[in-house]
Design a protein around this ligand. Structure first.
Ligand code: SF4
Length: 470
């Protein structure tokens, strides 16, 4: 989501005549879009901005800004911590960044001119700063423009902002606000424009993407007639098995866009994964065979303390339903270790569930207390060394299942959408399978943006490699 927000800001600045530069030392404007999900991310952002202090001294007319979640959560306090900071813009105001940057660039240039003319002693004698972390009605619809690079094959599309779930470890409801969704028509129009520009795959983004539109748009009653491959709209009051959520209505609308080849979404919440969505997974052909389904813990006691409102058994049942609906589908997850009060037996329940479910991959996080969240105030915080040991142990399990899932593909042909040069070896190209696995191969650059089969020759826990099949 942050990548998408950054693109939107870049697009708005480019539309005003700014240009991207390859090195921050050449820039007139340096904006850092920030994450607050873990303390480490905040420390990195503050550290990076601190390092730019030298540049601020040598080129005082440069504009420096923090955007996004940390800016939202910490606001004016950041100006005290980073003296050369000019701009702090929260998560509902990305669309105002262009105006603020224009204003600051003009003021700083005027100040510099005053110093050159000697009507002012030093730039520091006249400081301006802009802070905007207000909420704004309709801000969810402002992340909608994209600057595509040539042959760009994939794109993110923001469909909603905010979250009302209030998991006790999570700062997102505070930094992103309450759930707000864009309309289906707006989203379809954005995806249609991307496809017209050559994009073949879109990923719909939301904090709890499968609960899209639940406060704004009606759940319709519908029955899917499998014999005639058609939806039969049914009366409003109907058995809940036949309800079709706004998210499934959206998936159907996007799936129907001509020229789109693959459709993904991230991240769903297990409680929003109802039968209508499982049904959609089995019948919408463009939905790619991958679901990222955050587990967070395998202990019911800890899930309850996290306010995750499902049980480990329900989660496992859901994974079974998804796998039955779409054979071969990849399931990846997020797990937090060392949540306050997590005992060895709680951790063992997580470990056992991870072994049982054999995820295709997963992100393991050591619990990081976030300010003003209920979990940060819980008394039984876990020692960092225990968190680290559990992290390493669980990584071993996840890496083993990821490696197994990848090794099963050696000797097969997989469909790959070629995205561009490999990050680890720019002499080769990379793409993703429909199951979201990275494949590295040798091919001419003119194949970027194409979909073709690759014969898989080798697998690691992280990627696959092989040769394109022509
Ligand atoms: S559902 Fe996700 S974004 Fe929302 S509070 Fe829970 S962890 Fe945070």
């Amino acid at each position: 989501m942050n990548e998408r927000d950054s693109e939107q800001v870049a697009h708005s600045l480019i539309a005003r005549g700014y240009e991207r530069v390859s090195c921050e030392m050449e820039a007139d404007v340096v904006l850092l879009n920030t994450c607050s999900v873990r303390d480490m991310a905040e420390q990195k952002a503050v550290g990076k901005m601190g390092m730019l202090g030298r540049m601020a001294k040598s080129r005082p007319e440069t504009v420096f800004g923090f955007l996004g979640c940390m800016a939202q959560a910490r606001g004016a306090e950041l100006l005290k911590q980073v003296p050369h900071l000019d701009l702090v813009v929260g998560t509902q105001k990305f669309h105002r960044v262009g105006d603020y940057v224009d204003d600051l660039v003009a003021r700083k240039r005027a100040t510099l001119a005053a110093v050159v003319e000697r009507s002012l002693n030093r730039m520091e004698d006249l400081r301006f700063s802009i802070i905007d972390v207000e909420e704004e009605v309709g801000s969810q619809s402002t992340i909608r423009d994209q600057s595509l690079v040539p042959k760009q094959a994939t794109a993110f599309v923001s469909i909603m902002q905010g979250c009302n779930m209030h998991c006790t470890f999570c700062i997102v409801p505070r930094t992103r606000g309450a759930e707000r969704s864009r309309t289906i028509a707006e989203i379809v129009s954005e995806v249609g424009a991307l496809v017209a520009d050559g994009v073949k795959e879109v990923t719909l983004l939301g904090q709890i993407v499968n609960l899209y539109g639940r406060h704004e748009f009606p759940t319709v009653a519908a029955v899917y007639d499998r014999r005639n491959e058609a939806l039969v709209e049914a009366p409003a009051v109907i058995d809940r098995r036949y309800r079709k959520s706004p998210f499934v209505q959206l998936l159907e609308a996007v799936n129907a866009i001509d020229g789109l080849k693959r459709l993904r979404f991230t991240s769903p919440h297990p409680i929003g994964f109802r039968d209508d969505l499982i049904d959609a997974m089995s019948r919408l052909p463009k939905l790619a065979e991958h679901v990222h389904l955050p587990l967070q813990s395998g202990s019911n006691r800890i899930l309850k303390a996290m306010h995750r409102i499902y049980t480990a058994e329900k989660y496992a049942q859901l994974v079974g339903k998804i796998r039955a609906a779409r054979p071969g589908i990849a399931i990846t997850t997020d797990i937090i270790v060392g949540f306050p009060g997590e005992t060895e037996s709680d951790y063992k329940a997580t470990r056992d569930l991870a072994e049982q479910l054999q995820f295709d991959n997963g992100f393991i996080f050591r619990y990081s207390p976030r300010r003003e969240t209920p979990a940060a105030a819980m008394l039984d915080q876990i020692d960092e060394s225990v968190k680290e040991a559990r992290n390493q142990d669980l990584l071993g399990i996840i890496n083993a299942s990821a490696r197994c899932a990848n090794e099963r593909l050696v000797g097969t042909h997989v469909e790959v959408l070629c995205e561009g040069p490999s990050k680890t070896n720019p002499a080769r190209l990379m793409g993703r399978t429909r199951t979201n696995k990275i494949v590295v191969f040798e091919a001419e650059e003119n194949r970027i943006g194409e979909i073709f089969d690759v014969a898989i020759e080798r697998a690691s826990g992280f990627s696959l490699s092989g040769q394109p099949v022509d």
